[in-house]
Design a protein around this ligand. Structure first.
Ligand code: FES
Ligand code: FES
Length: 157
């Protein structure tokens, strides 16, 4: 089937199989390997991408469901000059990753949260991010990074 959607700010047109997941299409057909696959059962959050600004688990989301919609992956977060999104920079500043496998999904989920609630409290961040699991860093640097990015994003508004 034909699939037309917006991918990281640009129009995309692909031929896909109806059974393909969004993660399979983004990784396999679009070569966007920042979309990480781990549990493949909607448990860990590694595959989180944004569809119309809201986080979805790309491992279980059928690709055809994004027809006519806006998809953002980690590859689409830097601005046109290549400057990292404040969340990406904050994760670097706070060493909020080790292997980095969970990081794209963490950043996508955090972006959705801060877009919706730029003044999120620590408790709200922890609750919102509870679907994103990290196996190696520990969660405190991630929380600090999200806090820093929230302050910067509020300053930009
Ligand atoms: S790989 Fe999709 S939620 Fe774990
Ligand atoms: S940094 Fe390794 S899983 Fe989170």
């Amino acid at each position: 089937m034909n699939l037309a959607f917006e991918l990281n700010g640009k129009p995309a047109k692909l031929e896909i199989e109806p059974r393909e997941t969004l993660a399979e299409v983004l990784r396999g057909r679009c070569r966007l390997t920042g979309v990480k696959l781990s549990c493949e059962a909607q448990v860990c959050g590694s595959c989180t991408v944004l569809v119309d600004g809201l986080p979805v688990s790309a491992c279980t989301y059928l690709a055809y469901e994004v027809r006519g919609r806006r998809v953002t992956t980690i590859e689409g977060l830097a601005d046109s000059s290549g400057r990292l999104h404040p969340l990406q920079q904050a994760f670097l500043d706070h060493f909020a990753f080790q292997c980095g496998f969970c990081t794209p999904g963490m950043i996508q989920a955090a972006k959705a949260l801060l877009d919706e609630n730029p003044a999120a409290t620590d408790a709200e961040v922890i609750e919102y991010m509870s679907g994103n699991l990290c196996r190696c860093t520990g969660y405190l640097p991630i929380l600090k990074a999200i806090r820093q990015a929230a302050v910067e994003l509020r300053g930009q508004r």
